[in-house]
Each structure stands twice: as C-alpha cells, then as structure tokens.
Design a protein around this ligand. Structure first.
Ligand SMILES: NC(=O)C1=CN([C@@H]2O[C@H](COP(=O)(O)OP(=O)(O)OC[C@H]3O[C@@H](n4cnc5c(N)ncnc54)[C@H](O)[C@@H]3O)[C@@H](O)[C@H]2O)C=CC1
Ligand SMILES: CC(=O)C(=O)O
Ligand SMILES: [Mg+2]
Length: 624
C-alpha cells in the first residue's frame, strides 16, 4: 500500500536528515527514500512528550513542533540538529572514566532520547559496541542492582506468575499507546515483532546473574536495531526471574531479583510454557529469541519449541551459524575442504554443541556426507575431558551423538596419568586437529604448548577462541599468531586489535560473534513471517555471510565482515533468509512472497531497506 501524499505534508522540511531505512512490522510500504518522511502520530504534549524516549527529540524539536506540542517553555531557545546533539553526547560519554560508567551513560541516554542513543551508537559503532555489548555488558549485568536507576524491559518474576498475562498485556498496551508502532490500529496485537528472553542462568561466560540478565536482553535487543534496523519499539526484552543459584547475589542487600534458589523441573517448565503460550497469543506475529539459558535448559527448550513457533536459541544456533561462516571463509583461505577437517571443540556446552551441530549440517548439506561421516570429524572436550561413549548418563542430550568410542582412545598417551579423562593436550596430540574452537570460559587454556603442537601438523591452523567476555578468551590472538609464525587463522568472540605479522603486515582478527548474524536472521524471519526458523534458513544465512568474507580477496583481512558493518551485511543475509523461507513454503507474508517471486514494485534488498528503522527524527503529527 502506498501512502497518499497528504500524509507527508506535515513538517516536510523537518526531515532533512538523511533518510534511508524505516521500520519493520505492519507499516505501509514506501520506497526507502521516503520512509522517514512518514509522520509519527501522537497525542502527547509538553513534558509528557519530552519524557517519552521513543518520541523525544530534546533540543532537536523544530520551532514548528515546539509551537504545536506546547514545548516552548520546556526547552532552551536554540534548535540543535541531531548531529550537534550527537557531538554533545559523545563528548559527555568520553568524560566517563570507565567502561561500566560509559555503559550507564548509554543506558541513561537510551532512556531519554531513543533516536539520539541509536544515532550515537551508529556513528561510533566500532568503539561503542564493546561498551554496550561484550565485554561491557558483562560488567553491567553483574552490577545491575547496584547501578540500577530506571527499569527498561519486561520483568516476569515467578512469584508474580499469576499475573503474567496482565503484565505482558500492559507492555503491549504501552507499546501501542506511543504512536504509530502498530500503524494499523485495527491490529494492536501486531505491535511486537520480537521477544528477546533470557532466564539469566548462563550470561556470556559469567554464569548465573539473576535479574541482572535483563541487561543482556536489552543489549541484544539494541543490536537488532543497530544491526538490522528492527524497530526498537517493536522489540520486547524480557528476563524470566526464576531465582538464582548465585549465592553472592543473596548476600547483596541491594539485589533486586527474587531471592530464592533457581526454579527447576516441572514448575520451571510450566512457567516457560505459560510465558510462551501467552506471548504467542498476545503477539502472534512475533519471533522469540532465547538468550543465555543454562545448559540444562537451552538445548532442551529449543528442541521442544523449534517446530511449534518461530523461535531460535542464539547461543546454540546463532553461534553455530557465525562459526560455520567463519570456518567456510577460513577453509577457502587455506585452500582445503570442509570434509577434510578434524575439528576439536573445547567446552561442550550450549555454544560448543551448537557450533558442532551447525558444522555437521554444513558437512551434510554442502559436502554430501552422511550424518555418521560428519560426526566422525568431531572431538569434543569438556571439563571431564574428551566426550566418550562410556560417560553414559554423564553426557547431556546434545553431546551424545558426538561421544567417541572408547576403543579409539585406549592407546592414546595421557598427560595426566592420575586422571581418567583425556584432556585438551592429549586430544590435540592424538587427533592432530586442523580446527580448534573454544567455548569453554576457560581463560588462556589454548597454551603455547597446545597451539604449537597443533601448528606442527597443519599449514594453516584454524583457531577460534570464542569465549566472552575478553578476559575469558581461550588465547590472545597476539600469542596465537606468535606461536604459529603468523600461520594461524584466528577469530574471537570479543573484539581484539589487529595483530602484527612476521611479514610486517597486520592481520585483522574477525569478531566471530553471533551478533553478526542473529539480527539478520531475525529480520528475515520477521519480514517473511516464517512459521518456524528452520535449518535451511540458518544455512542460507551462513552461506551469504561467508560470501561476504573480506579474507576471500586479501588473506590478511578478517575472516568475517567487521561487526561495525553489520547493518550492510544484514541486508544481504536477511535477503538470503527470506528467499529460503519462501522457497521452503515457510513464509506467510503475502507481500514478501510477491517480492521474492519478482511480482513486487521493488527488489527484495530495497524492500528490506524500506522496512528498516533509522536513527533519524521523523516528523510528528498531533492527533486527539
Ligand atoms: N562468540 C559468540 O558468539 C559466543 C560465545 N559464547 C561464549 O562461549 C562460552 C560458553 O558459553 P555457553 O556455551 O553458553 O555456556 P555453557 O555453560 O552452556 O557451556 C560452557 C561449557 O564449557 C565447559 N567448561 C567449563 N570449564 C571448562 C574447562 N576448564 N575445560 C573444558 N570445558 C569446560 C562447561 O562444562 C560447559 O559444558 C561463554 O564464554 C560465552 O560467552 C557463547 C555464545 C556465543
Ligand atoms: C555472544 C553471546 O551470545 C554470548 O557470549 O553468550
Ligand atoms: Mg549469549
């Protein structure tokens, strides 16, 4: 549907700021260059408008807007452009002496003026991702209760479970109250595109953080907007407060969550089921992103719900996808084949087994291997050593297919004779891996001896220490490069500086973080209104991301695109995901299906751009 021109007449010249993307969701489709001219309708005036971060422009309100919305007495006289506001905010941010205080500053800005927050983030993305996301988010989560100022997001606490529906309805009403979020007012339930939910049991690599986990949901939500232009007002970040087993939190008198031992078993499952059922009922067009659930639940819940609704687990599937994309790029650089790799995974938890599953899918789909042949390429090592069939009930469900036969290892030499298990060094010596992936939270565990042993058998050792935050990374890329004479192909989970190579050049370390792919995966699923988020959609995303690898043209370049370019990357990845959903008859959005089939008025890429939200001030229209 094209908007009649009269919709654009209000304060047209207020929209001089660069206009590209607009918004996901049930919005009128306009060409990308017109989307930011569409006014936002609101009945708020005066301080109520200034105190609504979704609509507030602060000193950026034009003279005309100040008159219409009764703002003149509330603002200093001069009108400032978004660029000038950004400059002021950046100067203030730089005065904050630590990462945690910078994070708090950003949170407070987000809480005052949403457009300004996203514009500032976007203009300094490379620098500020480390503040908002990993490693900064780890500190912010851990100190949530002591630094608390104002709540952002949705808190679903077990003791209040009886009121869960009403709590979620209040959030929906809140979203609908502020302006055009659900453009079509006859469909108030379509106002939410995305729910990002954590139960806080395994936040990054820092474990159980109780209610503080809301900050991982809000950070991941912000990356959806920065990375894929998903309208921030249509995302619901949620923490399920089911208690905590982190005893330091019990001792903290400022702790703000439910001070009980973490809920488990049937009550936990019923609580999650109830939450998801209500979400599906109240927000039927939304997708659900699971983040940082503990090992015992992450895989199990994904298996339970993945065919029932459009959901994915980011730590399992998002991480698997980004790791496989980096691996495909590394293999192209090294001139080898995926099927010829011997892969050791260190840390067989959610991320580790998610990576294994995704690479296994890659071996089967891209290389035509049988499942058994694919599984044969993996050796997974956890706290008790190499996963072996004899570990029986000690293996988690996701680990069982990867357990090796005990016969294979009976003659392997063991470093630690006193211990039953085979540890990383034993496995590296015996397997001679070509690929070593770390998702263990065991800092600096890829020692010089291990890396040198691996590098003595492989021309281009592929080493991905993916644990977050930075302090938990399995090996510093500088060391990995030094110990391999610059031969290693390295990718990390948190950001690292480029490394000097022996040939005088610099090697750019890819940030192999699920943040490079999950925003586009979500955008593709939302736009196509996919019934489920399928394996084939994930694989389409992986291939399109791998094709964008800078290392394909320059071997010292990063294996993956820079995370700071995620927004451009996302258009291509989301397009691949959408096309796959349509090809699989998994898409339900008629308009998107038409465009993919070539019957629309614009290309799929332009359509995607036209649906992306931009950090610009759109005109406001006063309604009764
Ligand atoms: N780069 C990325 O995109 C992502 C990175 N991660 C990182 O991966 C790490 C693990 O995260 P999850 O898998 O979600 O946690 P998890 O708790 O599910 O898994 C961690 C696994 O490592 C094992 N482990 C712990 N200490 C070990 C040791 N000394 N030796 C061998 N294994 C050990 C644990 O037993 C567990 O199986 C975290 O640091 C997290 O930040 C997680 C998701 C995405
Ligand atoms: C990146 C991420 O999801 C994690 O470290 O848990
Ligand atoms: Mg995570």
């Amino acid at each position: 549907m094209r908007l009649p021109r009269k919709h654009f007449k209000i304060q047209r010249n207020a929209c001089r700021i660069e206009s590209r993307r607009f918004a996901t969701g049930d919005q009128p489709v306009v060409p990308p260059e017109e989307k930011n001219l569409v006014p936002i309708r609101t009945n708020l005036k005066g301080s109520a408008l200034l105190n609504t971060p979704r609509l507030n422009k602060g000193s950026g309100f034009t003279r005309e807007e100040r008159a219409i919305f009764g703002l003149e007495g509330f603002l200093p006289y001069d009108v400032h452009s978004l660029e000038k506001q950004c400059h002021r905010a950046y100067t203030q941010l730089l005065k904050q002496p630590s990462v945690i205080l910078k994070h708090a500053f950003l949170a407070s800005l987000r809480d005052q003026n949403q457009v300004l927050f996203y514009k500032l983030m976007q203009d300094h993305l490379k620098e500020l991702l480390g503040v908002l996301y990993t490693p900064g988010a780890a500190e912010a989560v851990a100190q949530y209760s002591s630094l608390f100022r104002r709540p952002i997001g949705c808190f679903i606490s077990f003791p209040n479970a009886d009121g869960m529906r009403a709590q979620l309805e209040s959030h929906l009403a809140d979203v609908n109250r502020t302006a055009d979020v659900a453009y079509d007012k006859t469909k108030p339930n379509d106002a939410i595109d995305l729910v990002v939910v954590t139960d806080s049991e395994a936040i990054l690599g820092i474990g159980d953080q109780g209610v503080g986990g809301i900050t991982i949901s809000t950070s991941k939500a912000a990356l959806y907007t920065l990375g894929a232009g998903i309208n921030p007002n249509r995302i619901l970040p949620v923490v399920l407060d089911v208690g905590t087993d982190n005893h330091a939190l019990f001792a903290d008198k400022l702790y703000m969550g439910w001070k009980r031992t973490r809920l488990r078993g049937r009550n936990y499952d019923a609580f999650v089921e109830r939450f998801l059922t209500i979400c599906r009922d109240l927000f039927p067009s939304s997708i659900i992103h699971f983040e940082d659930f503990g090992m015992a639940n992450a895989h199990r819940l994904m298996e339970k719900y993945k065919d029932r609704m459009p959901m994915f687990n980011d730590d399992i599937q998002g991480t698997g996808a980004v790791a496989l994309a980096a691996l495909i790029a590394a293999i192209r650089v090294s001139g080898t084949k995926l099927a010829d790799q011997r892969i050791v995974i260190y840390g067989a938890g959610s991320a580790g087994m998610g990576i294994a599953d995704q690479i296994k899918d890659g071996l089967m789909i891209l290389e035509g291997l049988s499942e058994k042949e694919a599984l044969d390429r993996f050796w997974c090592v956890d706290k008790d050593g190499l996963l072996l069939e004899s570990m029986g009930n000690g293996l988690r469900h996701s680990q069982i297919p990867y357990a090796r036969a005990d016969d294979e290892v009976k003659d392997w030499p063991r470093e630690n004779k006193k211990h039953k298990g085979l540890f990383l060094m034993d496995v590296v010596r015996a397997v001679k891996p070509t690929v070593l992936i770390g998702t263990s939270t065991h800092q600096r565990s890829f020692t010089e001896e291990i890396v040198k042993e691996m590098a003595s058998h492989v021309e281009r050792p592929i080493i991905f220490p993916m644990s977050n935050p930075t302090a938990l990374c399995e090996v510093d890329p500088v060391d990995a490069m030094e110990w391999t004479n610059g031969r290693a192909l390295v990718a990390t989970g948190s950001p690292f500086n480029p490394v000097d190579l022996p040939n005088g050049k610099k090697y750019t370390v890819a940030q192999t973080n699920n943040a490079l792919i999950y925003p586009a995966l979500g955008l593709g699923a939302i736009l196509s209104r996919a019934r489920t988020i399928s394996r084939s959609m994930l694989m389409a995303g992986v291939n399109s991301l791998a094709d964008l690898s800078p290392a394909l043209n320059n071997h010292e370049a990063s294996l993956l695109p820079d995370l700071a370019d995620v927004r451009k990357v996302s258009v291509h990845v989301a397009a691949a995901v959408v096309r796959q959903a349509v090809e699989d008859n998994n898409a339900q959005d008629e308009n998107t299906i038409k465009i993919v089939k070539g019957d629309g008025e614009m290309s799929l890429e332009d359509y995607i751009r036209s649906r992306m939200w931009d950090a610009v001030y759109r005109p406001l229209e006063l309604v009764d």
